[in-house]
Design a protein around this ligand. Structure first.
Ligand SMILES: CC(C)(COP(=O)(O)OP(=O)(O)OC[C@H]1O[C@@H](n2cnc3c(N)ncnc32)[C@H](O)[C@@H]1OP(=O)(O)O)[C@@H](O)C(=O)NCCC(=O)NCCS
Length: 460
């Protein structure tokens, strides 16, 4: 059986256009600080008419293969996680086959996985399980998380974002799964869903989704800890993890979630909490589960107690979720990308705990162990290839008015046929795929921006 199976390499793509949350807040007439402090968000990327989940995933897959010099024939499984529906039958994976067919490789298993923001994790587990299984043929797996998060006008709109992330999967990985350490919680609720197939926008019960998220977190942590205890003969506490990564619809929920884990540790009598912390949390020790989700005082006290630990174990993972926004399936993995960007030289031998949540709902907590790795699959090379700093610097700020105008155009274009795009690629970096046309049979055509003025058409 393959050993240390996990993520060998990462790459990320996010659109160059973004809106500042401070500007959006003022434009929307929200009170100052609501989006930036209240939701904890800095800025938000979005797709213009040139980009969608297919173009972003084409861009990120091509970039990963080229930058790590992977022969496309060496990919044996390709899984996509997405909740952005462009076609109810044809998978995004099949669009990505254009890259591989050119090299004579059509022998690639896998399709798309969908359940809100959890699809990327399902895709990742499928690939990792394949490499660990008897049907593995020795080639790499490739996982793509791609989403454009847009909301109708209203309180959820500032919690959008857009990105695609690609992850190469194989044995002897610098980011290896602790496969036995997974705790899940799945259940039927209507907290966020997309029943209107004529619209890209979800129906969202924001407050319910927040409570569902925290309940799923508690349950996953309990199941995860139980498995850890069975395996290692001792209790699991947050102090056993170097970093904790969360799916991030908006940063405030991540702050609340980490505090919730610290409160769970208090209830388990963790020795790593000092007396002052225990004293602050003691008044809440007898609350029922339901009462504890509603208690603002508990929320405040646990966030206060958790703050130093949050700064050390969570804050380095928040850069992209705060500056690109909610990327749905890619959001949790963008937290990982942020961690590697910020800390790649000190991550060897660290344990990272991840919490993946998809409304509806599906959730899993799992554990990864980090190693230096072998070139080109080293943490420092991954950080270099992703060039998060460079990508953020080359973005282009647009006004809230222009952002809203773009969303209006995208509303008209959603599910439409027979149109061509403006093809103004001035903001795109060379190598970026973009949409040129949707024909009378709804077939989508993409091109790649080249280093010269011309373009290379890619066909459908
Ligand atoms: C999160 C969401 C419910 C917030 O919308 P809202 O009801 O208008 O916002 P609230 O009035 O609760 O304000 C949000 C926060 O900002 C705080 N706030 C409001 N105005 C503020 C200001 N001027 N300065 C600082 N903080 C402010 C509020 O106190 C609140 O903080 P809290 O959560 O700690 O109480 C909404 O954005 C949403 O539905 N987002 C989508 C959620 C989602 O994606 N769910 C699915 C995936 S899990």
């Amino acid at each position: 059986m393959a050993k240390n199976v996990g993520i060998l390499a990462f790459d990320i793509y996010f659109p160059p256009s973004y809106v500042q949350q401070e500007a959006l807040e003022a434009h929307d007439g929200a009170s100052k600080g609501k989006y930036t402090i209240g939701l904890g968000q800095d800025s938000m990327a979005f797709c213009t008419e040139l980009e969608d989940v297919i173009s972003m995933s084409l861009t990120v897959v091509k970039s990963l293969l080229e930058k790590y010099e992977i022969d496309p024939k060496q990919i044996g499984r390709l899984e996509v996680g997405s909740e952005t529906v462009i076609d109810k039958s044809k998978s995004i994976k099949t669009f990505l086959m254009q890259i591989f067919e050119k090299y004579g490789n059509s022998d690639i298993e896998g399709v798309d996985s969908t359940n809100a923001c959890y699809g990327g994790t399902a895709a990742l587990f499928n690939c990792v399980n394949w490499v660990e299984s008897s049907s593995w043929d020795g080639r790499y797996g490739l996982v793509v998380c791609t989403d454009s998060a847009v909301y109708a006008e209203g309180p959820a709109r500032p919690t959008g974002g857009a990105a695609a992330i690609a992850m190469l999967i194989g044995p002897d990985a610098p980011i290896a799964f602790e496969s036995k350490l997974r705790g899940s919680h799945m259940s039927h609720v209507y907290d966020f869903y997309k029943p209107n197939l004529a619209s890209e926008y979800p129906v969202v019960d924001g407050k319910l989704s927040q409570t569902c998220y925290l309940m799923a977190l508690d349950s996953c942590y309990k199941n995860f800890s139980h498995k850890y205890e069975k395996l290692h003969g001792k209790q699991f506490f947050i102090s056993d993890a170097d970093y904790v990564l969360f799916h991030s619809p908006y940063n405030k929920l991540v702050q609340k979630s980490f505090a919730r884990l610290v409160f769970n540790d208090y209830l388990k009598n963790s020795s790593s909490l000092d007396e002052a912390a225990k004293e602050k949390l003691e008044p809440f020790s007898t609350l029922s589960g339901d009462e504890s989700y509603q208690s603002r005082d508990l929320e405040k006290a646990s966030q206060q107690v958790a703050k130093p630990l949050y700064d050390a174990k969570v804050q380095p993972t928040t850069l992209l979720p705060k500056t690109v926004g909610n990327m749905y399936t890619a959001s949790l993995y963008a937290a990982f990308v942020s961690l590697i960007h910020n800390k790649h030289s000190t991550l060897a031998n660290n344990r990272v705990i991840l919490f993946s949540y998809g409304s509806g709902l599906t959730a899993t907590m799992f554990s990864l162990r980090l190693h230096d790795g072998q070139h080109p699959f080293t943490l420092s090379n991954i950080a270099k290839v992703m060039d998060v700093g460079g990508k953020l610097k080359s973005r282009h700020e647009v006004t809230p008015e222009k952002f809203i105008e773009t969303l209006k155009l995208m509303e008209e274009r959603y599910g439409a046929k027979d149109f061509v795009t403006s093809k103004d690629t001035s903001l795109l970096s060379p190598g970026t795929f973009y949409l040129t046309e949707v024909d009378s049979m709804y077939r989508r055509f993409y091109a790649t921006k080249t280093t010269e003025n011309g373009v290379t058409t890619n066909g459908h």
